[in-house]
Every structure is written in C-alpha cells, then in structure tokens.
Design a protein around this ligand. Structure first.
Ligand SMILES: Cc1cc2nc3c(=O)[nH]c(=O)nc-3n(C[C@H](O)[C@H](O)[C@H](O)COP(=O)(O)OP(=O)(O)OC[C@H]3O[C@@H](n4cnc5c(N)ncnc54)[C@H](O)[C@@H]3O)c2cc1C
Length: 408
C-alpha cells in the first residue's frame, strides 16, 4: 500500500473507458502523482459505441472524442509490446520505455478475423477503430454502394447491417448458428427479430460460415453456396488484447485473471475492461463481459485499489441494448435459458421473454416496446424474488415506484 502523500508513477495502458475512468478516479484521489496513459492509436481516445453512426454520417468524428481528465499525460502511438515486471517497466513498439509504481492494463479487445483465404483483402473489414469505418466508407464510395456481407449477427453485426442498409447497400447476414443474435436470444425470440430484418430486405443465411473470399468479391460459404459482394465485415466477436503479456508472468485464461480488487497475480499490476476476466453475478463464474459500463466501473475500482484504498468490484452480467431497423432490443442475463419458469408474451409489434428460477429473475429479452428495462436490469443485479410481479414485468408495466411501495 502506498504511503500517504507518496508521489507515485501510475501507468495505464489503454485509453478506452476503463483506462479513462481509472485516470479520472486516480486524479481525484491524488493530486500529486504522475498519471500517464499509453494508447496505440494515432487519435485521442474516442467512443467505439458511436462507430456505426460515424459510418452513416449521423455523427461527425469530432463528437466521438472523449474528455481527457485534467493533468493526465496521454502518449499516443505507444503500442506496448512488453512488460518487465521485475524492473517495473514497459516497452513500446516506438522503442520508448515507461516505468511504473502501479500499472493498469486496460487494452480492451481485438475483433476476431478468421484465418481463411482472402480475409485480408482490402474490401474485408472488422470494426473496432475509426480507421475501420474510414476503410468501409472508401469502399462504398469507390464501388458505388453495392452489396455487403456481414458475418455474424451479434449486436455489432446487426448495428452495422442496419447502418449499411441505410446507406443504400443491399445486405446478407451470414450466421454460423441456427438464428441471429444467438449469444443472447433463443430461437423463438430471434424469429421475431428475423422477421423484422426480412421485412427490410436483409437476406439471412443460417448454419453456414464464410470459408473463402476471392479477389473478385465472390464469397465461398461452408454450405457450398456463393455470394457476390462489394464489401465484407466480420462481426464475430472479440478476444481480449493481451498478446504483449507473454513472458510477463501475468496470468490469463480467456482474459487477464484478476481478484475482486482488479489486481492480477503480479504485484502492482491491475487489469480492467474488455481485457479482464471478472465475476459474473448470474453465471457465478469469471468471464469477460465486454461492455462499456462494465469497463468504466472496473477502471474506477482498479484506481481505488491502485491508490491503496481497498474497494471490491461488485460483478457484472451480460446486457445488450440496441436499436436496429427501428426495433429496440434489450437482452440481459440468461435471456435465452430454457426451463419451466420461462414466460413469453408476443404481440405483432413486441416480443417479451422472462427467465425466472424459483421466482428470481435470471434473464430477459424485450424487443419492440422496452419500457422499464433499466429497472429490470437492476432487478437482475439484486437477485431478489419477483414473485407476484412477474406478470407485470412481462408486460413491461412493473416500475421502480411500485417496487418502492411494495418491495418483494
Ligand atoms: C462498433 C461497436 C459498438 C459497441 N456498442 C456497444 C454498446 O452499445 N454498449 C456497450 O456497452 N458496449 C458497446 N461496445 C463495446 C465497448 O465499446 C467496449 O466494451 C469498451 O470500449 C471496452 O472498453 P475498454 O476500455 O476495456 O477497451 P477499449 O475501449 O477497446 O480501449 C482499449 C484501449 O487500449 C489501447 N490499446 C490496445 N492495445 C494496446 C497496446 N498493446 N498498447 C497500447 N495501447 C493499447 C487501444 O488503442 C484503446 O485506447 C461496442 C463496441 C464496438 C466496436
């Protein structure tokens, strides 16, 4: 634990929400110490969430940039390639080295791109950075719109599909599983969404994968079919960005392993955000819930512990909120789990699914009308029995005021 008043070198790798919230929290607690953020990109930290809107032109690039907390040194184009835990030093690809008393790894995640023929062709993309969006826009301009293939129908794939349709491209979704958004939705919930997509002209090819891409734009599918296109986007998930850790002794599984204080197994090194594997309140194991608010909160908790003020992280759970093709979707917790306590209400314009276990809310998927979803997420977090209120939750009419009046 640092001595009160000691001047420390806090080094943060990564300028996403985890790194920025850690920096802001450290600065608030400690006016004197040095706080440095290393980020590998050329441009200052920005919001990835808004990238689909940058693609459509609804948001200008200048509005993407995030506020940098005061008196923080941000070193851009500093990709960390090595951590020497003995000398407490990190090295970057630009051949600079930075020492630390406390280090936070907040490098986020990198999108998955399959190692198949043609996956590096200039019209093939993943979307994580501003430069990815600029690449897609260039292709659309030079090829005069055309046809786009999106591999993967998770939240990012769906948002990009919506954005490309609005830009006037025709689109095909290529989905490995039996239905779209299969990370969170069961097949029946997904059918509601698939109807919306079909109404908007989106072609969906299920139970198939892209196995090769030709320079001519021909996409080869594992089903034996082909599809001609002008651009391809892989939206098949992300993997924690931890390649630079080899030889450091920092333990990882899917992500970097941390304790409740966001501390790794190596002293003075912490991790937060998409790169860290932390406690999931519903699944009761450690996993990576790659979400903006989760990263932000973990960065804050890490900062407290780095500054010697013990604070435990409360845990997270999966939760996606998006609006695609004019349909609002929110799915939280174990939304696709089957069982006797599953309740479904389907109307022409909405679909609601609740998953309960002995009267306790374990997951929900709402599409169309999504009233009170913030409160239902809070019920998931609290894990209280919802008993007689389940029907009202299913209808979307149970709200915080009713809960306060008559808690379960
Ligand atoms: C298109 C898109 C839409 C999304 N929509 C949502 C949404 O609606 N809701 C939601 O909750 N989440 C959404 N997310 C996910 C959300 O953006 C992430 O969960 C969040 O950004 C994670 O924050 P982070 O700080 O852990 O990592 P990141 O935001 O990924 O930041 C990582 C930082 O580390 C830097 N870095 C990486 N490697 C190195 C290295 N070796 N050396 C130096 N610097 C390095 C990067 O340059 C970056 O500054 C979306 C993501 C994308 C791509």
């Amino acid at each position: 634990m640092p001595q009160r008043g000691a001047v420390l070198q806090y080094l943060i790798i990564g300028g996403g929400p985890a790194g920025l919230s850690a920096a802001a929290t450290l600065r608030r607690m400690d006016e004197k110490s040095q706080i440095t953020i290393l980020a590998k990109e050329k441009v200052p930290p920005y919001s990835r969430i808004a990238l689909p809107y940058l693609l459509t032109g609804e948001v200008e690039e200048e509005y993407l940039f995030l506020p940098i907390p005061e008196q923080i040194n941000v070193a851009l184009e500093q990709e960390v390639v090595e951590i020497d835990t003995r000398s407490q030093n990190v090295k970057t690809a630009a051949k600079k080295s930075y020492s630390y008393d406390r280090l936070l790894i907040a490098t986020g995640a990198a999108p998955l791109r399959p190692d198949i023929e043609g996956s590096r062709l200039p019209f093939v993309f993943t979307v994580r950075d501003i430069s990815d969006i600029r690449g897609v826009q260039k292709i659309i301009q030079t090829r005069k719109k055309g046809h786009a293939v999106i591999a993967g129908a998770g939240p990012v794939g769906l948002e990009l599909c919506d954005a490309l349709r609005r830009l006037g491209l025709s689109t095909t979704l290529v989905v490995s599983s039996s239905h779209v958004f299969s990370t969170m939705l069961d097949e029946n919930s997904s059918a509601f969404l698939e109807r919306r997509l079909a109404e908007r002209g989106v072609e969906i090819r299920k139970r198939t994968d892209i196995v090769g891409i030709r320079e001519s734009g021909v996409v080869l599918l594992s089903s034996g079919e082909t599809q001609v296109c002008d651009t391809i986007i892989f939206g098949k998930g992300v993997a924690p960005a931890l390649g630079f850790l080899s030889g450091s002794g920092v333990s990882s599984r899917q992500g970097i392993l941390v304790n409740a204080h966001q501390a790794t197994n190596v002293s003075n090194i912490y991790a937060a955000g998409d790169v860290a594997e932390t406690w999931d309140l519903l699944y009761k194991d450690t996993r990576v819930n790659a979400l903006w608010p989760v990263a932000f909160e973990q960065g804050r908790v890490a900062a407290y512990n780095m500054a010697g003020r013990p604070l435990a992280y409360g845990g997270s759970f999966p939760r996606n909120i998006l609006r695609v093709f004019d349909t609002s979707i929110v799915a939280g917790g174990m939304a696709k789990r089957e069982g006797s306590e599953v309740r479904v209400e389907e109307r022409s314009d909405s679909y609601h699914r609740l998953v309960l276990d002995q009267g306790i809310l374990k997951g929900f998927a709402f599409m169309g009308e999504i009233n009170n979803q913030g409160f239902y997420a809070d019920l998931l977090r609290r894990q209280l029995p919802v008993g007689s209120s389940a029907t009202a939750i299913l209808h979307g009419t149970y709200n915080y005021a009713q809960f306060i009046k008559k808690p379960q």
